[in-house]
Design a protein around this ligand. Structure first.
Ligand code: PLP
Length: 388
């Protein structure tokens, strides 16, 4: 049997896969099992920060894996502490909880917000979290409940209560929901990724911050997809000009190994106490060594290059034949095309370029190491496919 049939027989049927098996890669280039070359503008959905088989990353991962691969959280671990320190020093946050995924990081953020409110009010009267319509926060029952899209709220109920959804354009809805419910936090993605690569307006964010301040709501930012250099700053909130009370990240943090991090600011740094939360693999030494390598290399020079390359891609695509609009921020690029996004993705794949889709848009999330030459080659093909 070939791999497609075996996959169909043995792997849970939760993904519609493209008809490709990637077997190797280097940097922004991947190869399939027939040896065909692809330029990757998806980075494993914003995960492979430095692309495939990056030499420095491999050295860091291999060195840690050959020393000690796992100890559990019953003991101290250097890579875990060092990554937490680096994350705090580069963001102004105070403490970090490590898990294995974006959903797990968001679960921690929700638990921290609710416990902060419980500690403050002595009961569950302020347990509600305001999230945004069209948001995406994960696939666990609670993070699905936090996700502000009706299509995720069917068939798996009962869902976790205590989430209300506000418009991502009209901040007065946040005010109204805060008035009507006992709330502890407002939680948002600054660029809604799965929701179609839509960046929140600065003015909207300013208003939400103002409401949160006035009503004593924690500001929780989901940087699972926007984080780790993706939008042209280390974290997207840094270009919106504020520091959240809590933020989460995952995906690109360890450059291709599973990690999730929930970063806790001054107000909530002591909210989680021994026994209140945990994760067997959280803070795994190999994943944290990978994270240290990735984070230490996302410096001002790299970020300036990401901003420059991203501006070039936007310029090339804006007004190109068949393109209605280009959305997003930095290297998180949404393309509204006259053709269907699925058709464009399939056409690109056939011609050796990997692109993603989200909510009817073509979505680009290139690895941050992509060269100018690779970008030009891939964008030329993408433009041709969109225009055909
Ligand atoms: N939050 C955001 C903004 C995401 O984009 C995603 C995944 O796409 C998640 C949370 C869930 O992350 P994970 O799939 O690692 O659980």
């Amino acid at each position: 049997m070939d791999i497609k049939e075996l996959d169909k027989q043995y792997v849970a049927n939760t993904y519609s896969r493209a008809p490709v098996t990637f077997v190797a890669g280097k940097g922004a280039v991947a190869f399939d099992d027939a040896g065909k070359r692809y330029i990757d503008l998806g980075a494993g959905i914003s995960v492979n920060t430095f692309g495939y088989a990056d030499n420095e990353w491999l050295t860091a991962v291999n060195a840690q894996a050959s020393k000690i691969q796992h100890t559990s959280n019953l003991y101290y671990s250097e890579p875990c502490v060092n990554l937490a320190q680096m994350l705090c020093e580069r963001t102004g946050m105070k403490k970090v909880f490590f898990g294995n995924s974006g959903a797990e990081a968001n679960e921690c953020a929700i638990k921290a917000a609710r416990k902060w409110a419980f500690d403050k009010y002595g009961d569950e009267s302020h347990a509600t979290v305001i999230t945004l319509k069209n948001s995406f926060h994960g696939r666990t029952i609670t993070t699905l409940s936090a996700t502000g899209q009706d299509m995720f709220h069917t068939k798996f109920g009962p869902f976790t209560p205590g989430f209300v959804y506000a418009s991502a354009q009209d901040a007065s809805e946040v005010e109204r929901l805060a008035e009507e419910n006992g709330c502890c936090a407002v939680m948002m993605e600054l660029v809604q990724g799965e929701g179609g690569v839509m960046a929140l307006e600065q003015d909207y964010v300013n208003k939400v911050l103002e409401i949160a301040r006035a009503r004593d709501l924690l500001v929780v930012i989901d940087e699972v997809q926007t984080g780790n250099g993706r939008t042209g700053t280390l974290y997207a909130f840094q270009q919106y000009g504020f520091t959240p009370d809590v933020f989460t990240t995952a995906k690109g943090l360890a450059g291709g190994l599973p990690i999730g991090a929930c970063l806790l600011g001054e107000k909530v740094k002591d909210t989680l106490t021994p026994g209140s939360h945990g994760s067997t693999f959280g803070g795994n030494p190999v994943c944290c060594a990978a994270g240290l390598n990735v984070l230490s290399r996302i410096d001002d020079r790299l970020l300036a290059r990401v901003r420059k390359q991203a501006a070039w891609v936007r310029m090339e695509l804006s007004g190109a034949k068949g393109v209605r609009a280009v959305t997003g921020l930095g290297f998180m690029i949404g393309i509204d095309c006259e053709k269907s996004a699925e058709q464009v993705a399939a056409g690109c794949l056939a011609r050796g370029v990997v692109v993603l889709t989200a909510h009817g848009r073509v979505r680009l999330l290139p690895p941050l190491c992509i060269s100018d030459g690779e970008l030009v080659e891939a964008v030329d093909i993408l433009k041709e496919v969109i225009a055909e």
